[in-house]
Design a protein around this ligand. Structure first.
Ligand code: GLU
Ligand code: MG
Length: 451
């Protein structure tokens, strides 16, 4: 037994005692595939010591599953042969408050030789976090989760209406209680714009923690919804006629205890390093769209004047800019200044998304990129000549255009590595083909219950 496996065995013994005390009998190990679907294998608690060291087997074919569970073949991907090991992250093993008897852990994927699998999304995030750490930089990130229970669901009434709490108060309370019991810090929860639509946002964390939390939040909302007789949809557009569900990502860049989004000489008080990082993200945004808006359905949501951030520009507190800069309230700005990427939705694999955003930001940091002038209105209402002058363009209007940017992205290919990048590209291209010629309603119906 190596030192690493001895440590894991000892941690598993400790975790086993804790889980048993919490009444846990089965552990759900989850990962998210390139199509953005959370997948699972479950193992009885008694197997945890073995599982923590030797993992549970799973096929690499999941790398090229599409949203409808069909499989595309690409060079070296999608075949029936091979096996990987899923190993739980014991630090994140959590009893599920809304599913007594169950615990959840995000899983890392390894080859049978014990080496990290090049297609593992969590190790991609770790590599990007380490690349940042190599420069003395750290990141704090967090997701906003929007979902819809459908127009006939809970909470009909005015957008953001207090009256909606009369129907939905006990439902939202159960969500907050479950998340809190699971160690997730809730910042806000409220009825959203559409009838039956809600949002919860959670506290910033390290990037891997933020992606794990996004998975856990969604599972918790889904489970509590079922207990209330509801079905939650996290799809980019849950109803053909309505506003979409975003999956906005907040981020701040840190050097030790110093928030580089604040206290500098750059625009809106950013430091030069903070500006260069955000400049890199803005520069790569068209390619990042293929990661963060990965479904043909994503482009039904990513429309102008819908608070989805359909234009590649930035602006302080501008909810129509893909990159909204938040300086934070006086007194707390040094802690709270951050950038919000509004254009992304929850068809995205959260691990791929945080890793790709870090890669784009680090490339900007390396090139000392400057941000362009900020924009302080809805670009859809501006004179196109003015947008041209400022270099502001629409983000891709369809998955095909986003795929072209992804294919050309040297930054993302290098960061992900060929194995992961090629599988992702094959999935994106496969979904583009799968949905070709479908109407808006057909696309919404095919994705409503998938994410
Ligand atoms: N639902 C909007 C979206 O699709 C976002 C609304 C908001 O800004 O909270 O992203
Ligand atoms: Mg919202």
């Amino acid at each position: 037994m190596t030192a690493g496996t001895a440590d894991r065995a000892a941690s598993a013994d400790r975790a086993m005692a804790g889980m048993s005390e919490a009444g846990v009998r089965v552990i759900a190990l989850s990962w998210v595939d390139n199509a953005g679907i959370g997948r699972v294998k479950a193992v009885p608690l008694a197997r945890l010591p073995r599982l923590a060291v030797h993992g549970v087997g799973m096929s690499p074919v999941f790398d090229t599953f599409l949203v409808d569970d069909s499989i595309v073949r690409a060079d070296g991907h999608g075949g029936p042969v091979g096996d990987l090991l899923l190993l739980p992250d014991l630090d994140r093993l959590t009893p599920l408050a809304a599913q007594p008897g169950w615990a959840w852990a995000p899983a890392d994927r390894y080859g049978q030789d014990g080496e990290p699998y090049p297609g593992c999304h969590r190790s991609f995030v770790n590599r990007m976090v380490q690349a940042a750490a190599g420069l003395g930089l750290g990141l704090r990130m967090g997701f906003e989760t929007e979902w819809s229970t459908g127009p006939g669901g809970l909470g009909g009434g005015p957008a953001y209406g207090l009256s909606r709490l009369a129907d939905s108060g006990s439902y939202l309370l159960d969500i907050v209680d479950a998340l809190t019991a699971q160690g997730v810090e809730v910042l806000q929860i409220h009825p959203e714009y559409e009838p039956g639509q809600f949002e919860v946002s959670t506290a910033p964390e390290d990037p891997l923690g933020a992606a794990d939390t996004a998975v856990l939040v969604r599972h918790t909302v889904r489970t509590v919804s079922r207990a209330h007789g509801l079905r939650a949809s996290f799809a980019p557009v849950p109803e053909p006629a309505g506003i979409g569900n975003g999956g906005h990502v907040h981020l701040s860049l840190w050097r030790g205890e110093e928030n580089l989004m604040h206290g500098g000489t750059g625009p809106c008080g950013m430091t030069r390093e903070g500006e260069a990082f955000l400049g890199g993200v803005l520069r790569s945004l068209p390619a990042l769209t293929a990661v963060g808006c990965p479904s043909p359905a994503s482009y039904l949501r990513l429309a102008p004047s819908a608070w989805a951030g359909a234009y590649r520009c930035w602006g302080r507190e501008n909810r129509e800019a893909a990159l909204r800069f938040v300086t934070g309230p006086a007194g707390e700005a040094a802690q709270r200044a951050n950038a919000e990427l509004k254009c992304f939705d929850q068809a995205a694999n959260p691990y791929l998304l945080v890793g790709s955003v870090i890669a784009a930001g680090l490339a900007g940091h390396e090139d000392a990129v400057h941000l362009p002038e900020q924009f302080a209105d809805d670009p859809a209402r501006a004179d196109p000549a003015e947008l041209d002058r400022l270099g502001i363009d629409r983000l891709p209007a369809g998955l095909d255009a986003a795929i072209r940017h992804l294919r050309d992205s040297v930054v993302l290919r290098k960061a992900m590595g060929d194995h992961l990048f090629d599988a992702l590209l094959a999935v994106r291209e496969g979904e583009h083909r799968l949905f070709a010629g479908r109407s808006r309603t057909e696309t919404v119906e095919a994705t409503r219950r998938r994410y």
